[in-house]
Design a protein around this ligand. Structure first.
Ligand SMILES: Cc1ncc(COP(=O)(O)O)c(C=O)c1O
Length: 364
């Protein structure tokens, strides 16, 4: 079986986890938590990192920290994982769906401005499957209308926009370390920001908004969350970070092999890398066009008959029951990609022979 995308565990994970167990340092406070926040924010070039139990809670926390609330609107792509959008509802705000680009699969910034109203408070770009959103244009628009930008960078760790790590460009960036991401802590997430005050507020709200007293007691000055990441998970994150550069190189090498095998196949559109971007190709993703010899779902079936796990692109969120009545712009590209896209096996540990086997099914 060739899986879609599984973790690569090959470094100090065992050692650091053992250290936590031996020292009885397995809870939400510990030296690996501090070290993971420090090492990660350094890796992405941000001023502050705040760990969370998963990427969903990092997004939720970002919205809370920025004061997004009932009556506000947040512009977000519909072609994304549901966890980008649910946190908007958690804080009582409304998502407004924008289309994506046909080639990068990520937010089409040109279609954002027409959706802005006086209720709009934030924009959430998603660097889908790894390709960065055009952040300069987006930040310019956000500053024109005084809006916050929260990057859903969960799928783009390792990608760069004009040399800068995605997640570090907007007011806040959110990452996920679940088991299919580029690096994993089993489950985990991180919010990063360059704003010192926002970073402090994020840590405060993520740890129950707790204020310590001299007698070691505490009280609470806001409604916070238990969004801590256990030290034991953070220790795994520290170990994974040590190999992250190598993981990124591997993903980009897979892309090269896939491209080589598939470049002449009729009816298949390959993923791109814009001249201003470095794409980590978290999931190498193709689009099945009308002139391919079978439909997208027939191709997925052919893969599974050959023990190859693939996945159709996300079903657009605006088509899901809880979001059917939300405001949106033209979503033609989103709807088309949702029907035509396939994510191919992309684990860091994937071998060239396995990529060849996957491509043989496509070539026929
Ligand atoms: C685009 C996107 N947003 C948010 C998330 C949420 O991350 P998590 O599963 O860690 O909550 C994920 C990953 O699952 C994702 O792919």
């Amino acid at each position: 079986m060739i899986p879609l995308c599984v973790a690569e565990i090959k470094g100090n994970e065992w050692k650091y986890i053992e250290e936590c167990l031996n020292n009885n340092a397995v809870g939400g406070i510990g030296s690996f938590v501090d070290r993971f926040e420090k090492d990660f924010k350094k890796f992405v070039g941000a001023n502050r990192g705040v760990v969370t139990p998963n990427g969903t809670s990092a997004l939720h926390l970002a919205l809370r920290v920025l004061g997004i609330k009932e009556g506000d609107e947040v512009i977000v792509p519909s072609l994304t994982y549901i966890a980008t959008v649910n946190p908007i509802k958690y804080v009582g705000a409304e998502p407004v769906f924008v289309d994506v680009c046909r080639d990068t699969f990520s937010m089409d910034v040109k279609k954002v401005e027409e959706l802005i109203t006086p209720r709009t408070k934030a924009i959430m770009p998603v660097h889908l499957y790894g390709h960065p959103v055009d952040m300069d244009s987006l930040m310019e628009l956000a500053s024109k209308y005084n809006l916050y930008v929260i990057e859903d960078a969960t799928e783009g760790l390792g990608s760069l926009y004009k040399g800068n790590s995605i997640g570090s460009i907007g007011h806040m960036g959110c990452f996920s370390f679940n088991a299919n991401k580029l690096m994993t802590t089993g489950g985990g997430g991180m919010l990063v920001t360059n704003d010192v005050e926002l970073g402090k507020k994020a840590k405060f709200l993520s740890t129950q908004a707790r204020v310590f007293h001299e007698n070691n007691g505490f009280s609470y000055t806001d409604i916070g969350y238990n969004f801590r990441l256990p030290n034991i998970n953070a220790s795994m994150g520290c170990a994974q970070l040590e190999n992250l550069d190598e993981f990124i190189l591997k993903k980009r090498e897979h892309r090269k092999y896939y491209d080589e095998f598939l470049k002449d196949v009729n009816g298949i559109t390959l993923p791109v890398e814009k001249e201003w971007a470095k794409n980590v190709f978290w999931l190498y993703s193709i689009v099945v066009e009308d002139d391919f010899r079978m439909s997208r779902d027939e191709l997925i079936k052919a893969f599974s008959e050959n023990d190859i796990e693939t996945r159709p692109f996300f079903e657009p969120v605006h088509e899901m029951i809880p979001y059917k009545n939300c405001r949106h712009g033209d979503l033609t590209v989103t709807e088309e990609l949702g029907k035509r896209g396939i994510n191919l096996p992309s684990s860091v540990g994937l071998k060239k022979e396995e990529i060849e086997k996957v491509c043989e099914i496509i070539i026929g």
